[in-house]
Ligand binder design. Structure first.
Ligand code: TA6
Length: 306
């Protein structure tokens, strides 16, 4: 399915790193950053960020207590990269659906082994880049050919992700995608999302009909919406605020599984739905992107203090 090798594919020399180190977590290889000002963990599988915290703070991301770290199994929590399609293939436009050869949701990137391209460290920042060459090795999943480059930039102030897709085929290619960010909260019932007021959204729980959002988003049970905006958002939880600023996105997915759905999810504790929400920086639904031969698009998010 992806590059077969018993050693993580890398093209840099770990001997030069001061803060970054290889770590085996479960059955997966990861990079752990122990910088004086912050910590972070990125798995090579999925280029999956599972942890980011400034010094003396808890993880800014929610990670399930039941998360598994096994080859080919999506990690529950952190920031899964949904690529080169978002959601159910059947719910994607024909231009995307026509490339897809499986029924799995959220593409194949999050369970593929990415290649470590670069680690750059400084007194204030660490930047990690990984790539995925989605070529014929992925022919069982899709008919496209594209390169994905994920660049993480960590500092004491923020965690940034940039996901750049380059079309390597000779034909135009359409993609939908999302940085599927899981955020923690002490109580979903006392959590709200600011910045989506006056925007339209598709409610996937109400026949994918369109609705208008008025005021903050509150969570009263299962919530699964695609908002037609990429505006900056503020997540307000009982313990504080978090700001999400998007790049290259005009759609935002807001999700909480509620009790019933959380029981059907893999690696998800029964009461986990009360302690998390997903605010996903996306190119989803009508916001899917078309790339001509050789063209690139970057989807990004900056997660910082409000
Ligand atoms: O982004 C929201 C969503 O599409 C939900 O419908 C739910 O399926 C969630 O993603 C998690 O999907 P996963 O495949 O990670 O279990």
């Amino acid at each position: 399915m992806s590059e077969s090798s018993d050693k993580p594919p890398i093209s840099v020399n770990p001997g030069q790193w001061s803060f970054t180190r290889w770590k085996t977590i479960g059955q997966l290889e990861a990079l752990e950053v122990h910088h004086p000002l912050f910590q972070a963990t990125v798995f090579l599988q999925g280029a999956h960020l599972s942890h980011f915290s400034p010094r003396d703070e808890a993880n800014w991301l929610w990670l399930s207590d039941l998360a598994k770290f096994q080859p080919g199994r999506a990690i529950r929590g952190g920031i899964p990269i949904c690529w080169p399609w978002f959601g159910d293939p059947a719910r994607n436009p024909p231009a995307i659906r026509s490339h897809i050869k499986t029924t799995s949701a959220h593409g194949f990137a999050r369970t593929a082994l990415w290649r470590l391209e670069d680690v750059r460290e400084s007194a204030h920042e660490v930047e990690i880049s990984l790539s995925l060459n989605a070529n014929d090795d992925f022919a069982e999943h899709w008919t496209g050919h594209a390169l994905a480059l994920a660049t993480f930039s960590f500092s004491v102030k923020s965690c940034q992700i940039a996901l750049t897709t380059t079309n390597l085929s000779r034909n135009p290619m359409s993609i939908s995608q999302a940085l599927h960010t899981y955020l923690p909260t002490q109580d979903i019932a006392r959590t709200r999302l600011l910045g989506l007021g006056n925007s339209q959204y598709v409610d996937t729980l109400r026949d994918w009909e369109y609705f208008n959002q008025e005021g903050p988003v509150y969570f009263e049970g299962e919530t699964d919406r695609i908002y037609e905006t990429g505006e900056p958002l503020i997540v307000v939880t009982p313990s504080g605020k978090r700001k999400l600023t998007s790049v290259g996105s005009d759609s935002t997915v807001v999700w909480n599984p509620g009790l019933e759905k959380s029981r059907r999810l893999s690696d998800f504790p029964d009461t986990g739905w009360q302690k998390m929400l997903c605010v996903e920086t996306a190119n989803a639904a009508a916001d899917y992107r078309v790339l001509n031969d050789g063209q690139s698009h970057t989807l990004g998010v900056v997660i910082g203090r409000a």
